[in-house]
Structures are given as structure tokens and as C-alpha cells.
Design a protein around this ligand. Sequence first.
Ligand code: SF4
Ligand SMILES: [Zn+2]
Ligand SMILES: [Zn+2]
Length: 309
Amino acid sequence: MTPHCTRCGAPAVYLRRYTSERLCVSCLVSTTLNRVRRTINRHRMLRPDDRIAVAVSGGKDSAVLLDVLCRIEEKFPRAELVPFTVDEGIRGYRDAAIDCAKALVMGHGLTLRVFSFEELFGITLDTLVARRPPHALGACSYCGVLRRRAMNHAATVLQADVVATGHIMDDETQTVLMNLLRGDPYRIARNYRPRSRPVPGLVSRVKPIMELSERDVVAYAHHLSLSYHSFPCPYAAEAYRSDVRRFLNHMEHRHPGTMLAVLHSAESIAAALNASSPNMSVLRCERCGAPTSVSVCKVCSILDSIRSW
Ligand code: SF4
Ligand SMILES: [Zn+2]
Ligand SMILES: [Zn+2]
């Protein structure tokens, strides 16, 4: 027998485990939008007249982010969405994803701006990885630092008030747990810095879909036939994150709601730490002037190492 939607009685297509709701397509969409609206309002992520730079990677998470924001922002005519992609230069992977991102963005009547590592840092990730000596860090360590800088650059060029990224509950809880396991709760505080306390020189970043699970996102993208690229990055091999992911998925399966609880705990930790150190000192990189916590920022250090390889 076909199960029925807990909300309206129509045939259900999705079981949202952590709320125990069976949902039809229409209720999947409406509850997803309500969830994201609640997240945005609770954290005061967006303002009615924001110019929002939306990071679109071509993958499913940012496809859902863009679709949801387009629907929510319909009611805010003064708000503007400006999608962009960071092209790290990963042949056969990012170029295919960018084609998907372009199709998705065009479907919303918008234009995609692309910012590449090559143009910004003079090197693609492929070249960096190929030149990297054996003792060097994993590709993701370089990519993450350079991508954050590229996103800030993109937001500045696009004259955006805020950058929205497609981080979902699974990514966020993994990062929170990794920071705790590595003994770095201050990183959690930095990650959840409220928009009301911006760092000079950094465009605020918000994560409107961080309370949607991977299952939610897959269901939404599938039932709305969103265009997205689903191949994994050839350099994705962060063993520590994979262990944490396995553990959290196991806990979520056995105890639905675990991930949401981790996320809410992280918000409380961040609020307490941010309140106890209201003036976290921010330095300026002595080379490039970007905000940093040490005298030479991570981007300049990476670019120095590459020159010495
Ligand atoms: S998996 Fe790692 S190398 Fe690949 S895009 Fe993500 S951060 Fe960059
Ligand atoms: Zn329904
Ligand atoms: Zn620098």
C-alpha cells in the first residue's frame, strides 16, 4: 500500500526521518522552504535588500540552495541573487560541473560568473597537485584555503552584501565534530560568527540550508528534477572526515535527530565563545593586507611554498 503524506494525505514520496514525517512532493517543497526560512530568520542571515552572491558549484547542494533562495526571494523584490562559481582547475571534474551550474543558473533566468584559481593565483589545482612534493599536505588543504579567498574576492567584485553557500547539515556536523576531536572549539566560533559582527575585509558568509540533511537535499533535487553534477572530486580523500562521516551517519540512523542536536550544540558553543571574547583580534597580512590571525596569511604562505617547489 502506498504510504500517505502526514500533512495532506496525498501519496508520500519521502520519509523525513528526524521529524518522522512522510511527505508528498508538494509538502516536501513547502516544508523545505519553511525550514530554510526558519534557519535564515533565526540567525538573521539575510536582509530584504541584500545583494546575495550565491556560490554554485554544479553539485546538488548548491543546486538546491539556488532553487530555494529563488523561491524565498520572490517575496523580497529588493533582494538580488548573483550566482558565481569558483573554478579550481580540476580537469574533467570542475569543467563538467560548471556546465551543469550554467544550465541550472540559466533556468532561473540568471547569469553565472566564474572566478578561477588560475586567474587569481596564477596556478590551477591540477598543476599545484602535480608539482607538490611528497611531504606536502593533501589537495583539500590547499584547495580549501584558496577557495575561501576566491569566494571573498568574487563577493567583493560582485559588490555583494553577503555570500550564501550550500553547506548542509551533514557537512556542518562533520566539521563541528572534527574541530572538537582536534581540540579546536574556537574554529567553531569563527565558523558561526554572526553577520552582525563582520570581520573588516571579509564579506559575511551564511549557510541557509545548513539544517537540511543530505537525504532532504537528494529528495528535493530529484523530485524537482534539478540539473546537477554528481561525480566526486578526484582529489577527495580526507580520511579523517570519512571516519567522522561514517560515525555520524551510523548515529543518525540509530538515533534520528543526532545531527541536528550536534548542530544546535555547536551554535551554543559558538555563542558562548563569541560572547566571552567579543573582540577577537584580527591582523592584516603583511604581504597582501587580507584579514588573518598570523602575520602572513595562509594564502601567501601557500603561494610561497609553491614557488619553492
Ligand atoms: S574535494 Fe578537496 S580538492 Fe576537491 S574540490 Fe573539494 S576541497 Fe577541493
Ligand atoms: Zn502533502
Ligand atoms: Zn596574504
